[in-house]
Design a protein around this ligand. Structure first.
Ligand code: ADP
Length: 318
């Protein structure tokens, strides 16, 4: 069984405008709404890639007042819904894209999570004993302690010592885990998140990223995969004698690259479900990110496109 954990999902509303000016009344051309939790996206992709057969579960918190869309989305893709309903609304995140393609974002902070609700999630995680892959996705919901993801990792490992854990977060939540004792098996920062973590501007260029991965902060993480959008990525695999890989991908006409990072996590989870390791997991991550970028829907892949990329050394070269 695979599990994704999203403590602070969102419903994303994207507005297209001709012009957008601060301090003025602006009008939309069109808008659409998408389910935006990173773990919901990753779970959807993992489920598609493993056959939509209820072998992926989604845990975390949703605001009761508007949870129907999220729950319906999970059901549609055969993901087992284990989201805890909390009072109030799931947060909205707004994106405004103007006629020049410039993006402005406004993200609500999300529902406050009580200590009781946090403990309920940890208990729920403890009740699962058949996990082979777990992803912890996105920002921490307000009020959760900064080390909450360390507690989650510890809880997963108590009952599932062989489960591989993928952590996809940033900022203080990521730093807190990396400074602690309970480490994940995989992290997947993009180059911006890598720069933030190391508090230095890492140029989005493979040699610069590769040197950044030699930072001692990554020493005890078995797999670090830095995604670089259309430029592929760089990975570190191993602890005692780490190996470093530059990953080249073929150029694709991206339709909507939003959610490609989440799709990569779905790709990693699906590879873990099939018992893959090392390079095979990296290839699955890349193939899933690429397969997402060529779709209009955020956090969605076609299995046939994924397989085509995965099997071609021309499309993904590690
Ligand atoms: P994030 O969404 O976390 O910022 P990236 O933008 O780095 O992640 O994209 C994740 C992965 O998705 C990339 O490593 C690549 O495999 C794929 N991808 C993203 N954008 C493109 C693109 N324009 N063309 C092809 N693949 C892409």
């Amino acid at each position: 069984m695979l599990l994704t954990i999203t403590t602070n999902p969102s419903i994303d509303v994207v507005y297209q405008t001709n012009f957008f000016k601060l301090g003025q009344t602006n009008r939309e051309v069109s808008h659409y709404q998408v389910i935006g939790g990173k773990g919901i996206n990753a779970g959807r992709v993992a489920s598609i890639l493993t056959g939509n057969k209820e072998n992926v579960a989604a845990m975390g918190f949703v605001g009761r007042d508007n949870s129907a869309g999220i729950i319906q989305d999970l059901q549609e893709y055969g993901v087992v819904n284990k989201m805890i309903q909390v009072p109030g609304k799931t947060r909205f995140c707004y994106t405004i894209i103007d006629g020049k393609g410039q993006k402005t974002e406004l993200n609500e902070v999300g529902q406050q999570i009580s200590t009781e609700e946090a403990n309920q999630l940890l208990e729920q995680i403890s009740s699962l004993t058949n996990l082979n892959g777990v992803s912890i996705n996105g920002s921490l919901a307000p009020n959760l302690p900064e080390n909450f993801y360390s507690q989650v990792i510890r809880t997963v490992r108590e009952k599932n010592p062989r489960a591989k854990i993928v952590l996809d977060t940033s900022g203080a939540a990521l730093k807190s885990v990396l400074m602690g004792k309970d480490l994940p098996d995989y992290i997947k920062p993009n180059s911006e998140e890598l720069s933030e973590l190391l508090a230095t501007d890492v140029v989005e260029e493979k040699n610069a990223v590769l040197s950044a991965l030699m930072n001692p902060i990554f020493k005890n993480i078995p797999n670090v995969l830095v995604s670089m959008g259309a430029h592929g990525g760089v990975a570190k695999v191993g602890i005692e004698t780490p190996r470093y890989y530059k990953i080249k991908i073929s150029s694709q006409l991206a339709v909507n690259p939003e959610g490609s990072g989440d799709a990569m996590i779905g790709g990693i989870l699906s590879a873990l479900a099939y018992g893959k390791s090392n390079i095979d997991v990296i290839r699955a991550a890349m193939a899933a990110g690429m397969a997402n970028a060529v779709e209009a829907k955020t956090g969605f892949v076609q299995k046939s496109t994924f397989n085509r990329f995965l099997r071609s050394d021309k499309d993904i070269h590690v």
